[in-house]
Design a protein around this ligand. Structure first.
Ligand code: SF4
Length: 326
């Protein structure tokens, strides 16, 4: 859990990421300020295109081209990642901050055995580590993942989807990073495998004393794992609060809409609630609340001014409804 007395392990300040296109500039991430504390699990949620994956990739300075940083900083233990040279960045990726993606098949080399993946992952950072030691370390981490050591000789096509995703976690954790970024880690898994995978992530979070940034549209997964939730809409952070605050009393109308979309087995519901409208066009700077066209509570001010993100006793939201307090 965050402790305001602690220094954040990751401090994102006024971050904007832009994509120049022929008709203007897409503001994929805009003015995001967010601190992440050691040991916590921060969930980042929102619809497709809201900027959550771009934000996650930017933490490793891995934005898809032609995206670039418009402004801001990302401090890892006080050092700005965005100002690091290529060599320092390369060393930091995997060693200090590691990432797992939604589809392990696109991350694993089909021509390399699992063992070879682990040897490369270690030796790229520690070239003097010999193959026998790499294999020993790989076996140890596989044991933590509930995978037998003899699977090291296999190739990605010989493994199930769940097993491949666990191998990806093993590769991400082999150098014992401080922070694990998980971008939609369960999207490619069926519900049964997903449940086991979620339990595994929770166990590894404790075992490896990890700080986890969990990017997902799966509110159930985030509810199980996260300490705090950041809600993004139209490239902006619109709400940040503890998981209990978000699920018990969401403030932002967009967060309220997201919660209404979650099926509730305690209610007799014939149809699922859906949020009307589409996500906003991110070309150009907004001049109004980006959620206004879809918001059931929109007021005149919402259509002419962008609401700032404000603090309300430790939780934050960006909505004109709360100008007088929450
Ligand atoms: Fe709705 Fe206005 Fe709040 Fe935007 S600022 S979410 S339009 S009430």
């Amino acid at each position: 859990m965050p402790d305001s007395a602690n220094e954040p392990i990751l401090d994102i300040r006024d971050l904007s990421i832009i994509y120049p296109i022929s008709i203007g500039t897409v503001h994929a991430v805009q003015d995001v300020t967010l601190s992440i504390y050691k040991g916590e699990v921060l969930g980042i949620v929102g619809e497709s295109g809201c900027g959550k994956s771009t934000l996650g990739l930017s933490i490793l300075k891995l934005m898809k081209p032609p995206g670039r940083i418009g402004s801001g900083s990302i401090l890892y233990k006080g050092t700005d990642i965005l100002g690091m040279d290529d060599r320092t960045l390369l060393d930091m990726r995997g060693r200090n901050i590691a990432m797992i993606f939604q589809n392990p098949l696109t991350s694993l080399d089909p021509l390399m055995s699992v063992e070879r993946h682990f040897i490369e992952a270690i030796q790229v950072h520690e070239p003097r580590t010999g193959v026998p030691e790499c294999i020993e370390r790989a076996k140890k981490i596989l044991a933590d993942l509930g995978i037998e050591g003899n699977r090291l000789k296999e190739y990605p096509y010989q493994l199930s989807g769940g097993m491949r995703q666990r191998i990806m976690i093993g590769l991400a954790l082999i150098l014992h990073p401080d922070i694990l970024l998980a971008d939609e880690p369960t999207t490619a898994l069926d519900v049964i495998v997903e449940a086991g995978f979620t339990e595994l992530l929770i166990r590894l979070h404790e075992l490896y004393n990890l700080t986890v940034v969990l990017i997902s549209h799966n509110l159930g997964l985030v509810a199980q794992m996260a300490d705090r939730i950041a809600v993004m809409y139209g490239g902006r952070l619109v709400e940040l609060a503890t998981v209990n605050q978000i699920f018990e009393k969401p403030l932002h109308p967009y967060t309220q809409g997201l919660m209404n979309c979650v099926p509730n087995i305690l209610l007799e519901q014939k149809e699922l609630n859906a949020m009307p409208g589409s996500p906003p066009d991110l070309v150009g700077e907004p001049t109004a609340c980006p959620f206004a066209p879809r918001c059931p509570k929109a007021m005149d001010i919402c259509r002419s001014r962008v609401p700032p993100l404000k603090d309300y006793g430790g939780r934050r939201t960006a909505c004109w409804l709360y100008e007088g307090g929450v």
